[in-house]
Design a protein around this ligand. Structure first.
Ligand SMILES: [Mn+2]
Length: 353
């Protein structure tokens, strides 16, 4: 079965009156989260003959997804109509009685509001294990892989479920994207799975990766707030909210050029009620990938970071502007993603609040 055929079936189920089982990715709703939810829904549906389809749910809004050019490229490639074929989290319904989490293993604040705590029955993820939902089955949390889709593709290969070329191609998108075409953060398993998928998908991985990269780094016509929202995650530590965006431009360069934008950042934080906000970049300098990081918060918190952030970053600038305190770092290695920094930052925040 093709991906778009499967999705149209799930949409019928979602709009009907039957009890629903859903698969939901993380709140950043990046390629990995979207693809993981669709492929896991198909895996669970295919495992049982004549099963009512599991419905993948996109953990974001339609309007935000439309700003993500690499996601729109994926939908285009698979002839998925985002108006017709996809379900978004704001369409949540009361008769959903089984929730599978992919690409995350704890509930975000929006999910908590939906009161689904006692409905989570399975987890497939590659982030730091928060040891929640210990009775979930399966419960696979493997931080070694670059992409959650690798873990789901592996489930397919361990079963005898037929995989259409469209599904195989779809799962290659996040694996190649998250590992820079298997050159960074790629485990042996990512490499093997990508190769295996490609025997079915038969696409040139180099071409596919370059296309994704082109769309991901094309920020020419975007305003700052859209860019900050595109790949954003919000966390709660000791009942206070903080957030972290991943962006595709150098934060240092941006601050140097347009310091006034920090006022927009201040507004962004106020709107989301954040006491602390981090922006982690991944950008291309000549042909090399680099990262920098800015941390924004009150004076004491920033001082706390200055004293405790020692590993894998070097401080570039600490400053105050329009009542915002911030510290700017160069990140030593491009392999340090948000997945790495989130628990690091959380540790330091906990010392402070
Ligand atoms: Mn992921």
């Amino acid at each position: 079965m093709k991906v778009n055929t499967f999705l149209s079936k799930t949409k019928i189920v979602f709009d009907s009156l039957v009890q629903k089982r859903v698969v939901i990715g993380n709140q950043s709703a990046d390629l990995d989260s979207i693809v993981s939810s669709i492929s896991m829904a198909f895996y669970l549906t295919s495992k049982v003959h004549n099963s009512v389809p599991y419905v993948p749910i996109i953990n974001s809004t339609k309007s935000l997804i439309k700003t993500k050019k690499e996601c729109m490229f994926l939908f285009d490639y698979l002839s998925i109509d985002i108006e017709r074929d996809l379900v978004f989290i704001n369409e949540w319904k009361k008769d959903i009685d089984d929730v599978i989490l992919v690409d995350h293993n704890e509930l975000d604040s929006k999910e908590k509001e939906l009161e689904i705590e006692d409905k989570v029955s399975a987890i497939i993820d590659h982030h730091l294990d928060k040891k929640l939902f210990m009775n979930a089955e399966p419960r696979i949390v493997d931080t070694a892989v670059g992409s959650c889709s690798t873990l789901i593709a592996n489930l397919f290969f361990q079963s005898n479920i037929q995989l259409d070329a469209s599904f195989a191609a779809m799962m290659m998108f996040p694996i190649l994207s998250d590992t820079n075409n298997l050159t960074c953060r790629a485990s042996e398993q990512d490499k093997q799975i990508a190769q295996h998928l490609n025997t079915i998908a038969k696409i040139d991985p180099k071409w596919l990766y370059l296309q994704i990269e082109k769309f991901k780094f094309d920020i020419s016509d975007e305003d700052l707030i859209t860019l900050l929202n595109k790949d954003y995650k919000q966390y709660v530590t000791n009942s206070s909210s903080w957030g972290m965006s991943s962006v595709n431009f150098s934060v240092h360069e941006w601050i140097q050029k347009s310091k006034d934008d920090l006022i927009k950042v201040k507004k962004f934080m106020q709107e989301k009620n954040l006491f602390f906000y981090a922006i982690l970049s991944c950008y291309k300098n000549l042909s090399e990938f680099k990262r920098d990081l800015i941390l924004v918060g009150d004076k004491t918190l920033i001082l706390n970071f200055e004293e405790n952030m020692r590993d894998n970053v070097s401080s570039v600038e600490k400053n105050e502007y329009c009542g915002l305190n911030y510290i700017l770092y160069d990140v030593d290695q491009v392999s340090f993603t948000r997945k790495y920094f989130q628990p690091e930052l959380e540790k330091i925040i906990k010392m402070y609040i």
